[in-house]
Design a protein around this ligand. Structure first.
Ligand code: ADP
Length: 337
């Protein structure tokens, strides 16, 4: 609705602008033509006088005829100009309406995409909020609750709150990365060194699940924003740890291949079915085979953030995964020159 009236208003302004230009042009054109006709008329009078011997002045009948011809010629010019302006007016209505529609289409898409995003985000926020609220209400009503039970509820609530915190953080980052490259601070950095740092940071988490966690890197300089590259690595490694069952294997690699640096995370987790594979980078998408998830928490935002980061760096993420065989996530980034 909003866009329909905007389209109409843009079209009206377009028509006004075109009509203004065409009327101005017609006015200037008419002035020039009229001046030309006047001087031709004067020329004809002089020629008649000069060519017919003994003629003192042009006879009034001839003069009236010439004047009528002149007026007629001017009227014809005005008529043609009015016709042309009418045509331009009609055409500009159609063209204006069409162009306004074309110009508004991407904006319309963007707004509806944003609406979808807000509604998805609110939806995701609501579930944990309801859980926390219900748990707190039930606890408050139970006057005979022991301190131990109360602590248990507080602990559960705290877990849910941590999840909410994570969700809001992801949403904030997503909106920051949506602003494009200006949200980033590019510097030359060694992808291998960044991976080694993140490896150390996440090792304790992998240990709690008894995972075999390995790293192999080589020096590969890229032009990148350090914080977002670290975030991207954390998202991919976090997923690998989250979805891989105890005693599984996770392998991190940084390789230099041609003009590209590759960051690779290989896991022996449940893999992703070909049915889910095309969608895992979509916002809020979670593969819902319960076996694949194993109760892993998340909001389906990690990979969309990671993908955005890779793209902002002129790279992309490829996945090779099939059920039971595990997954390989490969981030390919251009090397610094
Ligand atoms: P989240 O992990 O929060 O659900 P992501 O965007 O990070 O969201 O991932 C989207 C979906 O892709 C996950 O729900 C999961 O089904 C699948 N996925 C991602 N990484 C892996 C992995 N290493 N192994 C198996 N499935 C994965």
């Amino acid at each position: 609705m909003m866009f329909k009236s905007a389209r109409f208003r843009i079209a009206v302004w377009f028509v006004i602008a075109i009509l203004f230009i065409s009327l101005l042009f017609s006015f200037v054109f008419y002035r020039a033509v009229a001046r030309d006709l006047n001087s031709r008329y004067a020329d004809i009078e002089i020629k008649i006088k000069n060519n017919i011997r003994g003629l003192e002045k042009v006879p009034p009948v001839l003069k009236t005829m010439l004047r009528n011809d002149l007026r007629f010629a001017k009227q014809r010019v005005i008529f043609i100009l009015l016709l042309a302006n009418g045509g331009i007016f009609l055409m500009s209505i159609f063209i204006g309406y069409f162009l306004a529609g074309r110009a508004l289409y991407p904006i319309e898409e963007m707004v509806s995409e944003q609406d979808r995003f807000i509604s998805d985000a609110s939806h995701e926020l609501r579930t944990p909020l309801t859980v926390i609220k219900t748990a707190t209400e039930v606890a408050l009503r139970d006057s005979s609750m022991s301190a131990k039970e109360a602590r248990k509820i507080l602990k559960d609530n705290l877990n849910d709150l941590a999840e909410l915190e994570m969700l809001t953080e992801r949403l904030l980052h997503l909106s920051r990365y949506n602003k494009g490259k200006k949200a980033l601070k590019f510097e030359k950095l060694d992808l291998g060194a960044v991976a080694a740092k993140i490896f150390k940071k996440v090792k304790p988490l992998a240990d709690t699940k008894n995972l075999e966690f390995n790293l192999k890197t080589e020096t590969a300089f890229i032009n990148a924003d350090k914080i977002s590259i670290e975030e991207m690595m954390l998202i991919l490694i976090d997923n690998a740890i989250k979805y891989t069952a105890e005693k599984g294997i996770i392998f991190l690699e940084v390789l230099k291949e041609g003009r590209h640096a590759t960051f690779k995370v290989t896991d022996t987790g449940p893999g992703i079915s070909s049915h889910d594979l095309p969608y895992i980078f979509d916002r809020f998408y979670r593969a819902d085979s319960s076996r694949a998830r194993q109760g892993a928490k998340g909001f389906g935002l990690g990979l969309s953030v990671a993908d955005k980061i890779a793209k902002l760096h002129g790279g992309n993420i490829k996945v090779d995964s099939s059920p039971k065989k595990g997954s390989v996530f490969k981030v390919i980034l251009p090397l610094a020159r």
